[in-house]
Design a protein around this ligand. Structure first.
Ligand code: 4NP
Length: 153
């Protein structure tokens, strides 16, 4: 079966989307899912995820330290089946970048996975508890997403 190709997008690609990437890979196990993440901003191209995201992931048995930041590319809109924005600002940025043919691939993460329109809040200026809260929301959404993917297959 062809893998479902999923891209998580946030602003910096160092806090939220690398965590979402790690969580979904972890939950997906052997399922045919290709996962990646990117940012709408280019400040952290080539950087490791934020040490606080690495730490919260590690605390839950997930290693995201090997990921490196990158910016969203025009080819992503062809290369992925589902593109999840972490917040409404990220979604607006993606909608402006994506061609008409790819607009249907773009979703707010919480809307698609949890049925509620809620931003995954940017934890960059928060303490560790902000990262833990982001982890919990991403875990809940990614668990639901796995259920939806299983229904498709
Ligand atoms: P992220 O958080 O979008 O979850 O990766 C941010 C990380 C860095 C910046 C903004 C948000 N920044 O402005 O550098």
């Amino acid at each position: 079966m062809k893998p479902v190709r999923i891209l998580f997008v946030c602003l910096g690609n160092i806090c939220r989307s690398p965590l979402a990437d790690g969580i979904l890979r972890h939950l997906a196990g052997a399922r045919p899912v290709d996962v990646d993440s990117a940012g709408t901003g280019g400040w952290h191209i080539g950087d490791q995820p934020d040490r606080r995201s690495i730490a919260v992931a590690r605390g839950h048995g997930i290693d995201i330290a090997g990921q490196r930041g990158r910016k969203v590319h025009a080819r992503d809109f062809e290369a992925f089946d589902l593109i999840f924005a972490m917040d409404r600002s990220n979604l607006a940025n993606l909608r402006a970048l994506a061609p008409a043919a790819a607009q249907h691939k773009l979703h707010l993460f919480s809307s698609y996975t949890l049925g509620v329109e809620r931003d995954v809040p940017d934890p960059y200026y928060e303490g560790p508890e902000g990262f833990e809260a982001v982890y919990s929301m991403l875990l809940e959404g990614c668990s639901s997403l796995i259920g939806r993917l299983d229904e498709r297959s």
